[in-house]
Ligand binder design. Structure first.
Ligand code: SAM
Length: 295
């Protein structure tokens, strides 16, 4: 297939603009390859789809290496301006802009990406040693979370409820997989992400507790109702178990308290993301703004 791409050099410090009309273009093939975890890890990059997510990434200071969008957006009255502004920001920070035909973009985007916008950006994990017990802060830790949809939903919920960050413990699903990124609805770019082996987390947990922090584990056999603790009395980590196996014994033993979320029906347990939302809401209740109005 002939590649009809053309390159337009940008200003000296800025990224380039490239027009691509062939699905065989090497950069298009390379972006497609980022669908695989091994390539994402090797390149330390990932892909986010949609104008909102890429804008959130740029505004949040994330490094966007490439903005890819369909040419027809430039003729779209509603999208022309936001895409132009986004492209200018990406180029000003050294990222490239690829303008493609619909066919090319469709070959690398998910079918339900009607805005035909994608960004290729650098992964970012923060250092766990920067997490210190302070004020009434709440952090979320997840033991071996497996499902990318659960992880993305938890990051979105943690962001919405004002948690300080999410700590991934042990072997987890990739937070930079497209499904996880999508489920965050942009919160990936607003909330800090950490990772640790179980051993590293246990060492960190010891220091956290010695410095006045609490760790609350949610457990089906929790001895305490999750609503009975005073979460405003100390900084807390909310520790959630794996979808199939719950918390490991070692992690459960590292908790200051193991709490249960009461249930009334026939279900054995709650979905992990739902349980995180319920527990986190209770922990953050003291600091959440009132929505006003009483009956
Ligand atoms: N079979 C697993 C078990 O025995 O723990 C069920 C795990 S559940 C689907 C996933 C996680 O959500 C649990 O490890 C726990 O952290 C949390 N969870 C779900 N329902 C809960 C409840 N009713 N009380 C406390 N934690 C719950």
């Amino acid at each position: 297939m002939t590649d009809h791409s053309s390159q337009t050099p940008a200003s000296k410090s800025g990224g380039k603009v490239e027009e691509i009309t062939s699905t065989a273009n090497p950069r298009i093939k390379w972006i497609k390859g980022l669908g695989l975890k091994k390539n994402r890890v090797q390149e330390n990059l990932f892909v986010a789809e949609g104008l909102k997510l890429v804008t959130d990434a740029v505004d949040g200071g994330w490094t966007v290496r490439m903005l890819v969008h369909a040419r027809r957006l430039l003729e779209d009255e509603a999208l022309n301006q936001p895409i132009g502004e986004l492209a200018a920001k990406v180029r000003a920070r050294g990222g490239d802009v690829l303008i493609t035909s619909d066919k090319v973009l469709t070959s690398i985007a998910r079918r339900d990406n009607p805005q035909m916008v994608m960004g290729v950006m650098e992964q970012k994990f923060h250092d766990l040693s920067s997490v210190k017990p302070a004020d009434k802060d709440v952090w979320v830790a997840l033991d071996r979370v497996r499902d990318p949809g659960n992880l993305g939903t938890i990051m979105r919920t943690a962001d919405a409820l004002g948690a300080k960050g999410v700590i991934l413990v042990g072997e987890t699903t990739d937070p930079f997989a497209l499904e996880a990124v999508r489920a965050t609805m942009g919160s990936l770019f607003h909330i800090k992400l950490f990772r640790a082996s179980q051993h590293e987390f246990l060492q960190f947990a010891e220091g956290w507790r010695q410095n006045g922090g609490q760790i609350v584990g949610t457990h089906l056999k929790g001895a305490v109702d999750h609503r009975s603790l005073d979460y405003a009395a100390a900084p807390h980590i909310l520790l959630m178990g794996n979808e199939q196996q719950g918390l490991t014994d070692e992690l459960a033993q590292a908790c200051s308290n193991l709490v249960a979320i009461s249930m009334a029906g026939q279900a054995d347990s709650l979905n992990l993301a739902i349980a995180t939302g319920i527990a986190l809401f209770e922990m953050r209740r003291h600091d959440l703004p009132s929505m006003g109005g009483t009956i």
